[in-house]
Design a protein around this ligand. Structure first.
Ligand SMILES: C[S@@+](CC[C@H](N)C(=O)[O-])C[C@H]1O[C@@H](n2cnc3c(N)ncnc32)[C@H](O)[C@@H]1O
Length: 335
């Protein structure tokens, strides 16, 4: 009977699924309920994110691409010969393409992402377009230590962290990530970071509440993923996408709100929801150029240059790691 009862419970298939299950159960039994944003990015989530970047309301990608195109020449001057471009959270690699075209001195491109399918697919498309470039995708959680490919260990390193993915961290985690990236990239490395800036609330709210409902689908896809991979029983009709700006903390918050009192099973655990109770699924912190500079300086990254678009909606900032930088005194991510 014991064996029967056990086999009725969904069993984690591998270490990754076991970690996913543990994080989700921990998050859903906490108050308030939350799930780490990195779990949005299964293959469907990654493709939905790509659709978001084309939405008329979603200004960040257009602004960041326009800065990269306008400033590509100046950015290229900062890139040493034979450098390796290491992109944290590469997704579709479309911003890296702009840098790779502008700076033919890059010898290698290392897209790092938690979603292996996405970066393997994009790498296959990049290779014929850049025949002289080594394209070396790494599937990894970038908040943890991972090995850079042996071919690039001795090359000059240029880190790339676009898409304002840094805004998904709490500020102390962002500082910890910058220190961790510094340890991976090494002293003398350049780091090019794209960050969304504080701006009128109406612009922000529209960007995360698009009329076509793609951001809502992206948010709800997390529940579909839990149902599929963790034997969850979420009814997607009884949860709703909520996104709003928290002015005190300069962040957009995304939540999934339960439309009624209900019980849901996840990885064999029963989770109770009150009507209106939410799962906090993502923060997207907005920075000023100065506040990101201060955060980076705090862990040894010295500002080299910064650029914004005409509306000052988005910024790209370049930093260099001085000798002894990246020692990471604060908020070190766990290996
Ligand atoms: C906001 S999207 C940005 C994608 C792309 N860099 C861009 O600028 O359009 C975040 C990307 O980071 C990846 N990601 C999120 N958390 C991650 C983690 N902890 N480790 C590795 N990749 C992660 C996601 O899969 C996704 O591709």
């Amino acid at each position: 009977m014991g064996a029967l009862a056990q086999s009725a419970r969904p069993q984690p298939q591998d270490a990754e699924t076991a970690l996913f299950a543990a994080d989700v159960v921990r998050g859903l039994t906490a108050t308030p309920k939350r799930i780490p944003a990195k779990y949005f990015y299964d293959d469907t989530g990654s493709l939905l994110f790509e659709s978001i970047t084309d939405l008329p309301e979603y200004y960040p990608t257009r602004c960041e691409m326009s800065i990269l195109r306008d400033q590509a020449g100046d950015i290229a001057k900062l890139i040493p010969d034979g450098a390796a471009l290491v992109e944290f959270g590469a997704g579709a690699s479309k911003k890296a393409r702009i840098l790779l075209n502008a700076a033919p001195q890059f010898a290698a491109y290392v897209p790092v992402d938690i979603c292996g399918e996405m970066i393997e697919r994009e790498a296959a498309e990049l290779r014929p377009d850049f025949p002289a470039l080594k394209v070396l995708p790494v599937t990894a959680d970038f908040t943890k230590s991972f090995e850079l490919p042996a071919e690039v260990v001795d090359a000059p390193h240029v880190g790339f962290f676009p898409g304002s993915t840094i805004g998904n961290f709490e500020p102390h985690e962002a500082s910890g990530f910058l220190a961790h990236a510094g340890r991976m990239l090494g002293s003398g490395a350049l780091f090019i970071i794209g960050v969304d800036l504080i701006k009128p609330v109406e612009v922000l709210k529209a960007a995360y509440n698009d009329k076509a409902g793609v951001t809502a689908s992206f948010n709800l896809n997390l529940l579909k993923r839990i149902n599929r991979e963790l034997g969850g029983t979420f009814n997607l009709e009884s949860f709703e996408h909520h996104a709003f700006y928290n002015r005190e903390r300069n962040r957009i918050e995304m939540h999934l709100a339960s439309l009624k009192r209900q019980k849901v099973k996840v990885a064999g655990e029963t989770i109770d929801f009150r009507a209106g109770e939410t799962i906090h699924t993502e923060n997207s912190y907005k920075y000023s150029v100065e506040s990101l500079t201060a955060l980076a300086r705090g862990v040894g990254w010295q500002p080299v240059a910064s650029w914004t678009d005409a509306h000052k909606y988005f910024s790209i900032q370049a930093f260099r790691l001085g000798p002894g930088g990246g020692s990471g005194k604060t908020g070190q991510p766990k290996p």
